[in-house]
Ligand binder design. Structure first.
Ligand code: BG6
Length: 495
């Protein structure tokens, strides 16, 4: 248990992210005795609210979203007494002087300097305001004790991301800034490094000599839910590819780190983004596909199309699906295509990375032996299944040499018998421990935007024709299958 007293100030205290993710995770950390002995959580928001009302709302959130389920009242009461609310406008200096007073009082009671964590769980328009106000109030000064947590999206494009990074680093040192990409907190995502670099068996074949192509899929069955207002201005490329998918790409393609040092790992990751072959605005259609879902069926029930969702324009050109074909210009990956796709309202929720190995260089088996013959494939399942599967060929029992595909599986739950923590539990705990390994550095955010700018520009200049172009409950637009089909490749999982 961390002995440093900690004050967590959550801007956006009455907001959706705090309710759904932050408070259930903090409470679960508390239930697992992983919170500091002395801590306080101060929710800040514009809406009038009392401590009691806020705690009630958080308890409802815990009941709905906590990994560990319902709260025993003794556990909840023990936690809730640490939670208070402070109403205030984000651009009013009084909000920050009040915060300073609250923090100073807690530290006086604890007779110790506390770690102060300022978590911006607000709409992104405030990301530029809050750090400046914290600076004006002198709340940013103590580099050793003060941290700033920023949720995505970091910018809307390269320019705005640069501008925001400048604003953040004018107020805080980069080492104090924790940019969250919650995929990095998922156990299965962290396991990519463990799998690749703790097992010398795989590293020698993790390259262009043995790997034919790689597919990365993050498919969701949910639509835009209550976030239409945000999503319609973002779209799948900004919302998912710029962050989660490119982070996955980095972990799959990076060179081995020399040590488990946060910056060493992040340097190796950002090298991947720097090595991706730039996309030319003129050739976007050759390597990118966008889609938008229309009316369809999911789990046997009818689902409305994107343009009929709440807060979405009925003529919206926003993509709810994006697929990309990328090449990494380095010794390891020269010529190996990496196909990335993500979409909402797809047939099934699945996030996985599939490494498709090359075919055997020479086929010595009789042609009739391999009716179902496929080259070997290694699947890193991120969610909802959590594990790793190696698909390969085996001899089918009998007198004849018949080859059939089989699978060797590792499953987290079966192997370890312990539930995985929620990504936010891991990340919030890492902020308290001042461990930036799983957070996104400024240069990475900018490299990711730089890579996608030609696609964003290409798509902005060319209004999509034929939207909606995939039915809710399907695997996305046909053009995305053709993107791989042209190379003789297939998505995994396939339709
Ligand atoms: C968020 C996106 O970052 O990730 C959402 O903004 C998306 O649109 C979500 O639904 C997916 O996260 P997860 O953990 O449910 O796969």
């Amino acid at each position: 248990m961390n002995i440093v007293p900690t004050i967590i100030v959550i801007f956006g205290g009455t907001g959706d992210l705090t309710w759904r993710k932050l408070m259930p995770s903090l409470f679960d950390l508390h239930r697992d005795e992983r919170m500091p002995k002395q801590f306080a959580i101060i929710g800040v928001g514009r809406t009038p609210c009392s401590d009691a009302k806020l705690r009630e709302r958080f308890l409802a959130g815990v009941k709905r979203f906590s990994r560990k389920g319902m709260a025993k009242s003794a556990d909840w009461n023990g936690f809730a007494r640490h939670v208070t609310y402070q109403q205030g406008d984000y651009s009013d200096p009084a909000t920050y002087s009040n915060l300073e007073k609250s923090c100073a009082k807690l530290e006086k009671d604890w007779k110790m300097k506390a770690t102060r964590i300022f978590h911006m769980a607000t709409p992104p328009a405030l990301f530029g305001v809050i750090p400046k106000m914290l600076t004006d109030a002198g709340l940013n000064r103590d580099r050793a004790h003060v941290r700033l947590v920023v949720e995505k999206p970091i910018g809307h494009d390269l320019d705005s991301a640069r501008k925001l990074n400048r604003t953040l680093t004018e107020s805080f040192h980069e080492s104090q800034i924790f940019r969250i990409d919650h995929y990095l907190g998922k156990e299965t995502v962290q396991n990519i490094l463990a799998f690749r670099f703790a097992n010398p068996l795989f590293e020698p074949i993790w390259n262009r000599r043995y790997v034919d192509y790689v597919t990365l899929t993050v498919a969701e069955t949910v639509g835009v839910e209550e976030r239409g207002g945000y999503y319609d201005h973002a779209g799948a490329l900004r919302d998912m590819v710029q962050s989660h998918l490119l982070q996955l790409l980095c972990l799959v393609a990076m060179e081995p780190m020399v040590s488990f040092n946060a910056d060493e790992i992040r340097n190796k990751k950002v090298d991947v983004l720097h090595a991706v072959c730039p996309i030319r605005v003129g050739s976007v259609n050759e390597c990118a596909v966008r889609g938008q879902y229309g009316i369809g069926r999911l789990d046997g029930r009818p689902v409305r199309g994107y343009r009929r969702e709440d807060d979405i324009s009925p003529h919206s050109p926003t993509e709810t699906y994006a697929a990309l074909k990328l090449f990494i210009d380095n010794w390891r990956w020269q010529g190996v295509p990496f196909y990335l796709r993500t979409g909402k309202r797809m047939a099934r929720q699945v996030s996985e990375v599939a490494i498709q190995f090359r075919a055997a260089p020479h086929q010595s088996f009789p042609p009739e032996s391999g009716r179902d013959w496929h080259p070997s494939c290694l699947v890193l399942s991120i969610q909802p299944e959590e594990g790793i599967t190696l698909c390969f060929q085996a001899k089918y029992p009998g007198r004849r040499m018949l080859l059939r595909p089989v699978e060797m599986r590792f499953n987290y739950e079966e192997s370890f018998g312990v539930p995985s923590p929620d990504a936010y539990e891991t990340l919030l705990r890492d902020v308290m421990d001042n461990d930036p390994t799983l957070f996104v550095r400024a240069d990475m955010v900018e490299a990711a935007w730089r890579l996608l700018m030609p696609v964003l520009e290409g798509w902005a200049n060319d209004r999509p024709r034929g939207f909606p172009n995939y039915a809710a409950g399907s695997w996305g637009p046909k053009a995305a299958d053709e993107l791989l089909g042209r190379d003789g490749h297939f998505w995994r999982p396939s339709a």
